[in-house]
Ligand binder design. Structure first.
Ligand SMILES: *Cc1c(COP(=O)(O)O)cnc(C)c1O
Length: 388
């Protein structure tokens, strides 16, 4: 069955009232904390860890399990676990798989809070952190140490959109028994399936496209059969709790993901192609354009593109003209995060160790939402007049 059809037709565990099943299309939202036992005997079984039912709010309620199951299927994973946010998913995935004395190699285009967590928190526990170039590939061995246990990738990377060469990285990692993780939020599991490419752990900021409406924060970690049991045990040990209503919202998002992604992809590509020909624009940084430095990797490892990309201007703008440009946009909100129905804009400079074309240039990042594409284009064109 096609992926989206399968998610829409997911079987939800029945609730029974008056001997009749309540068969809603969406899962029930059971809030924690207490779940009553039917008897003392059941309580005793729970005390011994032998009770088969749910015992407490942290046992992952029905809506959470339904979300995790649907995402796990889409990711072709062995287990999936939900988290309160994307960055919580990332930090727990890293903690679950490392110990004092280990070394983690991180691609240097990762989401800034990811590297911040590693530099500030993991180092406190005696874990070594170092960085590989954003476009690392078969040269991955140059960056590994004897104690490297984990390689953390993000493709395309935050703000600068580089793509790692996954195949040789996975090959090297498997040879040396190193765990590989991918922050795969940009493409969603519809367009990129890290586990199918041999990566061990796929991480989603569900906040973005999966939830899709900029109204919740959530994250997810999907793991293959090699590390799945270890990770499930870690999750249980930490007694992680994810809001049932956020899980419900995210599952609802999964059910409309394909139709939204199709539109995001089409609109963003249209605007990217238009910008690429625009006289004020220098580079458009969009993996699906043949001008992207790792366009061939995108073709090899991805099935589609999302609605988030960047561009630089021929003439580096001073802060006043950039402010005029951004403030004059009517349809683009100035704000963090992406993946929702509303178009958003941010701008910044990002240093990458491989000295990319965009080093020290302002990258303007667009999150193309679900508005009419020509309305968005006109909005940008009008605001461009402010740059002169
Ligand atoms: C936003 C983002 C995250 C973190 O997600 P939150 O749910 O906002 O914590 C992680 N990775 C990438 C690439 C992101 O853009």
């Amino acid at each position: 069955m096609e992926e989206q059809t399968k998610i829409i037709n997911q079987t939800i565990q029945d609730t029974v009232i008056g001997n009749k099943k309540i068969r809603t299309i969406n899962p029930p939202i059971h809030n924690g904390s207490t779940i009553l036992f039917e008897s003392y005997t059941d309580l005793m079984l729970a005390n011994k860890g032998e009770y088969s039912g749910l015992t407490y709010g942290t046992d992952r309620m029905v809506a959470q399990r339904a979300f995790e199951e649907a995402l796990c299927d889409l990711e072709k994973g062995y287990i999936c676990r939900a988290f309160q946010s994307g960055i919580s998913a990332i930090s727990h995935a890293l903690l679950a798989c490392t110990k004092a004395g280990d070394h983690i190699l991180i691609c240097d285009n990762v989401y800034w809070p990811t590297s911040n967590f590693c530099n500030k928190i993991l180092t406190k526990f005696g874990i070594e952190i170092s960085y590989a170039p954003a476009d690392v590939g078969k040269n991955i061995g140059d960056y590994l140490r004897d104690n490297t246990v984990l390689i953390f990738m993000e493709s395309p990377g935050s703000n600068s959109f580089e793509i790692q060469d996954i195949e040789p990285i996975v090959e090297t990692a498997q040879d040396r028994n190193i765990i590989t993780m991918m922050d795969a939020s940009w493409a969603t599991p519809l367009y990129h399936k890290p586990l199918e490419l041999g990566i061990d752990v796929s991480i989603q900021s569900v906040t973005k496209y999966i939830a899709g409406h900029s109204d919740i924060l959530m994250g997810a970690v999907t793991v293959n059969n090699k590390y799945g049991d270890l990770f499930a045990d870690y999750y249980k040990t930490c007694e992680i709790y994810t809001s049932p209503s956020d899980c419900y919202t995210s599952l609802k998002g999964l059910k409309t993901l394909k139709v939204r992604m199709t539109q995001h992809e089409q609109s963003a590509l249209g605007i990217a192609q238009w910008l690429e020909k625009h006289p004020l624009v220098d580079k458009v940084i969009h993996p699906a354009l043949s001008s992207h430095p790792q366009h061939n990797r995108w073709k090899k490892y991805f099935r589609g593109a999302s609605g988030l990309f960047g561009f630089t201007l021929k003439e580096e703008p001073d802060s006043e003209s950039l402010a005029r440009f951004m403030d004059n946009l009517q349809l683009f909100g100035i704000g963090y995060s992406w993946g929702g129905f509303k178009s958003l804009i941010t701008a910044g400079k990002y240093h990458r160790s491989n000295g990319s074309d965009y080093d020290n240039k302002t990258i303007i990042r667009l999150n193309i939402g679900l508005e009419d594409c020509s309305d968005l284009q006109q909005d940008i064109e009008k605001a461009f007049y402010q740059l002169n």
